[in-house]
Design a binder for this molecule. Structure first.
Ligand code: KIV
Length: 286
């Protein structure tokens, strides 16, 4: 069960960490058992990302994920991690169409998912959505650099901001999001010195995913950290434990033990008393 002794992470605590230059930890999470582990490890921020479309559902992108599909996962994660700062990731086309759709989607994550915040992708062009959500009393995180919902326009999953002009746009977008009220910004696959520059200029926590050490905090995708995503391993991910191998080996052993009748053993099944069994035989006429 989740360790409920840890005190609830608040926005104030995240800002305090930023001020004290204590790195903020963030991880993606998609279900109750993972959330329980994340809670016990004391991770600060937990993102139920639309990356679940790839890591959990096996799609090639995040685009098919809807809020209806995400919501039970958000609720399961909240049950497993009552004390982390929980972020609902706004899925494709829930906030792009208008400020109103953005506020409605964000509100649903808060009301039905008991989230603490939401996250949206995009820069200055999304500043009015950001401002609308924040005006509604909902903390909202920005997401710049590689924004997977725009993978087609970006030409694939690749580093963003390698050229000075493109990097300047990311710097300007970070300013626009902060001015619009973002409580934090995630920089995904941005060169480390660009991330450092943005971090130095920001008054809000900047979180890095593959963008170097200089941000106020780090994010990794759960499935990348534990070798649970079979399709590829991104350069930015470090495998902190090979759960994929452990589970794979266990499954092979299970197949062997069942086929050779080593499993199950007496401790793995249930019995009926002799007299009850004798009565049963009479009842069925055996
Ligand atoms: O969906 C997600 O997990 C994300 C991360 C890739 C940042 O948005």
């Amino acid at each position: 069960m989740a360790d409920t002794k840890r005190s609830k992470v608040t926005l104030g605590m995240l800002y305090e960490k930023m001020r004290k230059a204590e790195p903020i930890t963030m991880i993606t999470c998609y279900d109750f058992p993972m959330a329980d582990l994340v809670e016990k490890a004391g991770v600060d921020m937990v993102l139920v990302g639309d990356s679940m479309g790839m890591t959990i559902l096996g799609y090639d992108s995040t685009l098919p994920v809807t809020q209806d599909v995400m919501m039970p996962h958000v609720q399961a994660v909240r049950r497993g991690t009552p004390n982390s700062w929980l972020i609902g990731d706004m899925p494709y086309m829930t906030y792009q169409p208008s400020v109103e759709t953005a506020i409605r989607c964000a509100g649903r994550f808060m009301a039905e998912g008991a989230c603490d915040a939401v996250k949206l992708e995009g820069g200055a062009e999304m500043a009015d959505r950001m401002a609308g959500i924040v005006r509604s009393g909902i903390p909202c995180m920005g997401h710049l650099g590689l924004t997977p919902q725009s993978v087609s326009a970006l030409g694939g999953y690749k580093v963003q901001g390698k050229g000075a002009l493109q990097a300047k746009k990311i710097v300007d977008d970070a300013r626009a999001l902060e001015d619009a009220g973002a409580y934090s910004i995630l920089l995904e696959m941005v060169p480390d010195r660009v991330c450092e520059l943005i971090t130095k200029r920001a008054g809000i926590p900047i979180i890095s995913l593959g963008s170097g050490l200089h941000a106020h905090g780090q994010l990794l995708i759960f499935h990348d950290m534990f070798n649970l995503y079979p399709k590829f391993k991104p350069k930015m991910a470090k495998v902190f434990g090979d759960a994929g191998k452990t589970i794979g080996d266990g499954l092979k052993q299970y197949v062997t033990e069942v086929t050779t009748k080593q499993f199950p053993q007496a401790e793995n099944w249930f019995t009926i008393k002799d007299d009850e069994y004798a009565e049963l035989l009479k009842l069925v006429g055996d």
